[in-house]
Design a protein. Structure first.
Length: 336
């Protein structure tokens, strides 16, 4: 039954359901500044340098990291980051199909030598407010030598995670990326809500490049959130990329598990078009967690437990349940 659901993805996501890609607006490169993705309030993670992140046009962002750049509250001096992040505010849950489509251009420059370099953290597991432990369950990377790759993990956090099909991942381009050339990537993900199984399919410029079905992520962590930009270990040289024409497409839910044979609920096309949030801050809370590459941290900040946010879909119920959260920018974002 699950195979039948995912076999329909090629038809369901043959074209983005929304007429236009999401608007992207990052007026300031400052660390913690608001970056508006359509009507959702994401946040900048950077060293605040003027070249870090800027709009190329209303639907495209340009990211740049130079040798020596460092975010002031980064969890380790061994990494560099300029990303926009949903701040654990916007989740997509297990049991639903979810697709991200974007245009990527790696701009001309020296060949990347970073040991790890993430361009899009497509599915970072939500393990609790302020907890960052391990690597994304699905991420889009640039490997040493300028090889694009789609990576997925199985296991629950930190040392317990293992890359699927190491070292090449779900897909690796054995030819170096053509710098200055724009490519369109579409990644469709399904995390089973009741166990550790899931499926990932990916296309580049309309040609399928990955088709995985099996155990993925952690059985106890089926809700995820995203960030994109450049996140790498400290490396020489400058890297600049553009990411734009972004679609976040959700919908399609299977019936709950039953003891009798079940049939599929018709899959509906739903486009993420707007995000809504309500913030109120008071009191003092503490977030604990462990970052990617397993660097522990503890950070005290101001914030109560009344932050709520949800995806709002074009036709259908809220995509992610409201939940309490830590205020982004008040906490050291020590994670992958």
């Amino acid at each position: 039954m699950k195979k039948l659901v995912f076999a329909l993805l090629g038809l369901l996501f043959a074209a983005p359901a929304s007429a236009q890609p999401l608007t992207l607006s990052c007026p300031s490169p400052a660390n913690g500044a608001t970056c508006t993705i359509e009507n959702m309030q994401w946040h900048v993670e950077s060293g605040g340098y003027p070249w870090a992140v800027a709009n190329v046009n209303p639907r495209t962002l340009r990211f740049e990291i130079r040798q020596g750049d460092r975010r002031p509250d980064e969890y380790s001096s061994s990494v560099q980051r300029v990303e926009v992040n949903s701040g654990q505010k916007y989740l997509f849950p297990g049991g639903q199909l979810y697709t991200t489509q974007f245009d990527l251009t790696v701009l001309p420059g020296s060949t990347s030598t970073a040991r790890f370099l993430s361009l899009y953290q497509l599915a970072y597991p939500f393990q609790g407010i302020g907890t960052w432990d391990g690597s994304p369950d699905v991420e889009f990377d640039l490997l040493p030598g300028d090889h694009l790759s789609l990576i997925a993990q199985r296991g629950c956090g930190g040392a317990n995670q293992n890359q699927i099909n190491w070292p090449n991942g779900l897909w690796k381009d054995y030819s170096p990326v053509a710098r200055g050339t724009t490519q369109t990537f579409k990644i469709a993900m399904f995390f089973d809500a009741n166990d550790g199984n899931g499926q990932v399919q990916a296309w580049r410029d309309g040609v399928q490049i990955a088709n995985y079905s099996g155990v993925i992520g952690c059985p106890a962590t089926r809700s995820h959130f995203q960030s994109f930009g450049i996140y790498r270990d400290r490396a020489p040289g400058t890297l600049a990329v553009t990411i734009g024409n972004l679609y976040l497409i959700g919908g399609g839910r299977r019936r709950p598990r039953r003891h009798r044979p079940r049939t599929l609920r018709p899959i509906q096309r739903r486009a993420l078009i707007i995000g809504k949030e309500e913030d109120r801050w008071s009191n003092t809370t503490k977030c604990r967690g462990r970052g990617r590459r397993r660097h522990p941290f503890t950070q005290t900040h101001q914030g109560d437990l009344d932050l709520s946010a949800h995806w709002q879909l074009a036709r259908g119920p809220a995509f992610a349940r409201p939940y309490a959260g830590c205020k982004h920018g008040s906490i050291s974002r020590n994670r992958g």
